[in-house]
Design a protein around this ligand. Structure first.
Ligand code: AMP
Ligand code: FES
Ligand code: ZN
Ligand code: ZN
Length: 313
């Protein structure tokens, strides 16, 4: 297998693009594709300060690396959730710290849920979810904290490492249940709402620059580039529905290369033509009375309700 650009030995073949590349050209191709997605979906520009949400995994560390290589002002945010008695979160943080130490000028901050708010995700879940998997609650916590840090720090956008496999799996879940609201809001970039005045709802812009890249490509990029990342996924994600859909989509992909990509891109095209438009009532947002973040609820947002119930035992 030879590189299409130079004829050297290829390190990866991407069937969906009928493209094989050598190490050097693959390391060029990933940033080119990322830049194209950033421009195509109007995510952000070189003058904007970007908050990259980094988990210590291959996608978000590769994303941060690519954004820095492309010259973006990208600063990291790690949220310590206290997973696995804190052990899993500690080791994930270690990868982020080593990544940063190896890059001059790369800045990042840590929000520690237990230290800053009083409870870790598993502790919250034990009380709130009666021992059920904490993933939904964890997602809520992460979204809230990312949004707060982005707003308070005056960042133009939050960038996350979601790749095409992530998006296609979510799309499949939403499609199987025809969840119109979720379908309407699934996009490579979500605009910010009301950043001008503190009395308006405030929601940071969210961008997923790796949205057109397959998971195996982001993993290959990390490996070829020598980025060390946490290999194990969160223990709670093992056996998750999302992983099951990812496997199904990979079976489909091996049968017809490109199926995952076209499933997602045709969805975006359909949306562009006006399918899945947002129901009017979902657009109505209020300010949370405690934290000021936007919420569809009339009083407190879901995050603040969580802690209120916690306080009252
Ligand atoms: P996940 O929901 O674990 O698939 O992660 C999706 C994206 O959310 C990652 O690519 C990161 O950008 C971000 N993310 C996940 N976990 C964390 C964390 N603990 N701290 C900061 N960002 C995170
Ligand atoms: Fe939040 Fe696994 S990362 S539950
Ligand atoms: Zn080459
Ligand atoms: Zn709130």
């Amino acid at each position: 297998m030879k590189c299409r650009k130079c004829g050297a030995v290829a390190v990866i073949k991407m069937q969906q693009h009928k493209l094989a590349l050598c190490e050097e050209h693959f390391l060029e191709w990933i940033p080119e594709q990322t830049e194209r997605a950033i421009e195509k979906y109007k995510m952000f520009g070189p003058e904007d300060r970007i908050l990259v949400a980094v988990s210590g995994g291959k996608d978000s560390l590769s994303l941060w690396d690519v954004l820095l290589r492309l010259g973006y002002q990208a600063e990291g945010l790690y949220i310590h959730l206290g997973i696995n008695g804190g052990g899993y979160s500690d080791s994930s943080l270690g990868y982020v710290e080593r990544f940063t130490a190896a890059r001059e000028g790369a800045k990042f901050q840590v929000v520690d849920l237990k230290a800053d708010y009083g409870q870790s995700v598993p502790e919250l879940a034990r009380v709130k979810h009666r021992g059920r998997k904490p993933c939904a609650l964890c997602g809520l916590v992460k979204r809230h904290i990312m949004n707060r840090v982005a707003y308070e720090g005056g960042y133009h956008a939050i960038a996350t490492g979601h790749n095409l496999d992530d998006e296609a799996a979510v799309l499949m879940q939403n499609t199987l249940r025809w969840q119109a609201g979720y379908l309407a809001r699934q996009a490579p970039v979500l605009p910010s709402v009301g950043r001008r005045s503190p009395t308006e709802p405030r929601l940071a812009r969210k961008a997923k620059p790796f949205v057109r890249l397959y998971e195996r490509e982001t993993a290959a990029y990390a490996i070829v580039r020598g980025i060390e990342y946490i290999y194990d996924e969160c223990p709670y994600a093992v056996g998750s529905t999302t992983n099951f859909y990812k496997e199904l989509l990979n079976q489909l992909e091996s049968h017809s290369p490109g199926a995952k990509l076209s499933f997602y891109l045709s969805f975006l095209q359909a949306k562009g033509k006006g399918l899945f438009s947002e129901p009017a009532e979902i657009l109505k947002l209020n300010d949370c009375q405690r934290c000021g973040q936007p919420t569809t609820a009339p009083g407190l947002c879901a995050f603040c309700r969580l802690w209120q119930r916690m306080d009252s035992g």
